[in-house]
Write a protein that binds this ligand. Structure first.
Ligand code: ATP
Length: 358
């Protein structure tokens, strides 16, 4: 039964999060209103603000409350700047784990005149989100990094069959609905067992997608090819750390981190909109933050929830957002300075909202 109604958490995060998250909510609200979608936004404290008010960057009950919603928008987390103490934790790996959001879908797309290195890039990197080399999320207790003696540190990389298989399935599904080309990025020449298992699982999933062409590229070659011929990639699937690095590189091709949106998804109907960029304390409060990444992450959230929950109004709202964003990126007066504009977070957001309203 179609219910044009979504309940979404809003967690600003830190620094520019207080600017770009409200921008994303305002744009999504305008699009929802235009298409008869009701969105109940539920703001919740997180990060430095929550540390000041609740004594912890992830207040008790946050995860339980979010679990009752349809998804949420998470702003960038500036955990490196948190004062040291037991309440200062980095909340987003915990959220990705808690809600089993194992796939981080990060598109890279060229737009005219904003300083992209090529005008015809359209690729998506699907990054495994919950294991790999990231020591703060690849174990259930303790850390995946430890120091047995003062002059030795060991970092553990976790690759599982189930983790590899399920992220590969997300990537193949995406490729099936795009240009039907999937590239597996790995380094099985060195990580014979870890990357070897990841690649094996990807090929296992490939059997269910005979319509998708599969190839593989070693990660160092991929770093070079992203610069030389990014047009030759459609969907890329890779492990956590490789994906972390390659998605920032990909952002550099199309105008920088302000142009890098993302959606964290799993098997269920629940998702988290989270831009690739950090909290950018260097520009916080100056009005220079590009809201594109956060707005487009929120657009991805509406589109994905609309498809998963069969809410056409959410899909239509996402489509209106996309049209409005594209139009606004073509307006140098409205868009921000990082993408060759003379505008601010506020002018860009206002222009997108005006375009959404038609
Ligand atoms: P993290 O490791 O948490 O991802 P980071 O160290 O990569 O963070 P960011 O906070 O992402 O750092 O910032 C890197 C650079 O990109 C900074 O110079 C910052 O100002 C710029 N930047 C990041 N996001 C944006 C944005 N939305 N608009 C404009 N510039 C941005």
């Amino acid at each position: 039964m179609n219910d044009p109604h979504l309940v979404l958490g809003v967690l600003n995060g830190d620094d520019i999060g207080h600017e770009v998250v409200p921008a994303a909510v305002a744009v999504a609200t305008a699009a929802a209103e235009r298409h008869g979608l009701r969105i109940e936004w539920r703001p919740m404290p997180i990060g430095r603000t929550a540390l000041d008010t609740h004594g912890t960057t992830l207040p008790e009950g946050t995860l339980e409350t979010l679990a009752k919603m349809n998804g949420f928008v998470l702003g960038p987390i500036g955990h490196r700047e948190y004062p040291k103490g037991p309440g200062s934790i980095n909340p987003h790996p915990i959220m990705r784990k808690q809600f089993n959001l194992f796939a981080n879908v990060r598109p890279t797309r060229s737009y005219p005149d904003i300083g992209c290195l090529y005008d015809d890039i359209d690729l998506v990197i699907v990054r495994e989100n919950n294991e790999g080399f990231q020591p703060d999320r690849n174990v259930v207790a303790g850390s995946g990094e430890f120091r047995p003696t003062n002059d030795m540190t060991i970092s553990v990389r976790v690759i599982t069959r189930v983790g590899s298989e399920r992220v590969a399935r997300v990537a193949f599904n995406l490729a099936r609905h795009r240009r039907k080309l999937l590239t597996i990025v790995h380094k099985n020449t060195v990580f014979k067992l870890g990357c070897g298992m990841f690649v094996e699982e990807c090929y296992g999933v490939a059997k269910d997608f005979p319509d998708v062409t599969v190839n593989e590229v070693i990660v160092d070659t991929m770093a070079m090819r992203l610069v030389r011929d990014p047009q030759n990639f459609d969907v890329v699937v890779t492990t956590n750390m490789f994906g972390d690095i390659l998605t920032d590189e990909a952002a550099g091709l199309v105008g920088g981190l302000g142009m890098a949106p993302g959606l964290c998804i799993g098997d269920g109907d629940f998702a988290m909109a989270q831009a690739t960029h950090g909290s950018a304390p260097d520009i916080a409060g100056t009005g220079r933050a590009n809201p594109y990444a956060m707005i487009d992450s929120t657009r991805m959230l509406l589109d994905w929830l609309g498809r998963r929950r069969n809410i056409p109004q959410a899909i239509e709202a996402a489509q209106s957002m996309e049209t409005a964003i594209t139009a606004t990126l073509g307006n140098p007066t409205a868009r921000t300075g990082d993408i060759r504009g003379a505008g601010t977070t506020a002018t860009m957001t206002a222009a997108i909202i005006a375009a959404v309203r038609g």
